[in-house]
Ligand binder design. Structure first.
Ligand code: SF4
Length: 264
């Protein structure tokens, strides 16, 4: 596993060096290659996910609302363990995104278009999650597409394609999401954002909660659905808590990020 560097500058330099070493990644998206996204195939859904370096691992914090508990649990540990090839690719992609944004967005547009074509050819419903390990307001990331047109976001560029994400921002903090029919967002509860989670529920978003072992039937009086059945969040019934079982480092969490069934 890569060593966590102590200063932002050192982490930025490492991301830059890795980008120089690895070069422009051939593909930005991971397609159906996690246990949960592969389960989407059972529902005839094909899933593409963009994984950047979470939290401040690249020297730039891509998760401004992250809690200590979620950052600790997330940093490269849920599923990929010490595969530092994964970490290196995420850091290099993050440098690409941060420092060469116009080229990155064009590349992303191309990869999404190819993914969509391929999924449709196979008779699958394509969907894209851009915040695999980040919390970026993608609905506000405008770019000039390959056709020379300005698009307000990838969601505007591909209006017939379903996008989805998890976020720690509330509906009020991401008002652009409500204007998009093709962007589904689930709020992600942590040990320090209980009131915000309640606001998200009030605002009509589902809330994802990580439970230690068993999923309760309700949390805070709200029915819990099993979010591990697949990652196809946009098929979830509204007005629900999305229960996730702790995985990887999260199993050892003591911060309150992971809750025992029925707890706050
Ligand atoms: S859990 Fe989400 S907000 Fe927290 S560090 Fe990971 S990607 Fe960022």
């Amino acid at each position: 596993m890569l060593v966590k560097l102590s200063t932002k500058q050192a982490r930025k330099r490492r991301a830059k060096d890795l980008f120089g070493e690895i070069g422009i990644p051939r593909k930005l998206l991971n397609i159906n290659n996690t246990y949960k996204t592969a389960k989407g195939l059972d529902l005839d859904v094909s899933t593409a996910i963009l994984y950047l370096a979470p939290y401040d691992e690249s020297g730039v914090n891509l998760c401004p609302k992250a809690s200590k508990g979620c950052a600790r649990s997330c940093l490269y540990t849920a599923g990929h363990g010490s595969m530092d090839v994964v970490e290196r690719a995420r850091l290099s992609k993050t440098h690409y995104y941060l420092r060469k944004k116009a080229a990155f967005m064009l590349h992303l547009e191309k990869d999404i278009a190819a993914f969509r074509r391929n999924a449709k050819r196979r008779g699958l419903v394509p969907c894209v999650r851009l915040n695999g390990t980040s919390d970026i307001h993608w609905e506000r990331k405008g770019f000039v597409g390959a056709d020379g047109q300005w698009y307000e976001s990838m969601m505007h560029r591909f209006p017939d394609l379903q996008f989805y994400d998890y976020t720690k921002f509330t509906p009020e903090e991401r008002p652009g999401v409500a204007e998009l029919d093709n962007y589904h967002v689930t709020f992600s509860r942590a040990e320090d954002n209980h009131d915000r989670a309640m606001q998200a529920l009030d605002g009509g978003w589902n809330v994802a909660v990580v439970f230690r072992k068993h999923l309760p039937e309700t949390w805070q009086g709200v029915p819990v659905l099993d979010g591990d059945v697949s990652d196809v969040r946009f098929y979830d019934k509204p007005g629900h808590v999305v229960g996730l079982k702790a995985k990887g480092q999260a199993r050892k969490d003591t911060s309150g990020f992971v809750v025992d069934g029925g707890e706050r």
